[in-house]
Design a protein around this ligand. Sequence first.
Ligand SMILES: C[S@@+](CC[C@H](N)C(=O)[O-])C[C@H]1O[C@@H](n2cnc3c(N)ncnc32)[C@H](O)[C@@H]1O
Length: 224
Amino acid sequence: MERILEPELMVNPEQGQAYACADFSVPNEQFLHLFARKFPDFSGPGRVVDLGCGPADILIRFAHRYPQCQFIGIDGAEAMLAPGREAVKQEKLGDCIDLHCECLPMARDERVYQAIISNSLLHHLHQPQVLWQTVKKCSDQNTSIMIMDLFRPESIESARHVVQTYAADESPVLQQDFYNSLLAAFRVDEVRKQLCCAGLDLECEQVSDRHLLVWGKGAVVRKQ
Ligand SMILES: C[S@@+](CC[C@H](N)C(=O)[O-])C[C@H]1O[C@@H](n2cnc3c(N)ncnc32)[C@H](O)[C@@H]1O
């Protein structure tokens, strides 16, 4: 099945609200757990950036787990950041989490981060190299990088089945977004090619029946 693009930014306030109200505790906790497993020595201090952070649920979990770090969340859609700003305030994490409305590639940010994380951004990007070039620019050999995304199922029927299995009780807006995301996602072999083109020496593996994971240390250029 060919990839079917969806809009990059989630600018519709209905999407932001539906997304923020949905319960992503299981996959988001799994994200944190995978990071801790892949990078057992990571503890901070340092700066961590979440690319396409949306309502900041993953950042909030990281801030509790790694209190010595400073966290920066980047998202191009204020509709997605708004519930995140509220949640950060409620959790009293305003001193360690900064949310910025900005689109990738981040033209002005020349900083190197101690960790780069991202969940469910890649499939939104019409040009995936936007993510990989950002990762390259913002990392050095000490940066811990972990990027998780959906992967594209074999067929429309399999995509419908995944939505039914994991989102049958969610709102129609969320179910439609999930379905569109599956069709827009990349396969593991496609992501490996992207990494190779970018010269990034990162691993890419399937980690569930719908997720792939990219991880490793940054800015290490792979011999082409
Ligand atoms: C499916 S949401 C994931 C949100 C969050 N990472 C999570 O796991 O809950 C994807 C997010 O990426 C953002 N996004 C898409 N393209 C972007 C770009 N070029 N620059 C910045 N953010 C982008 C969207 O606005 C949206 O909030």
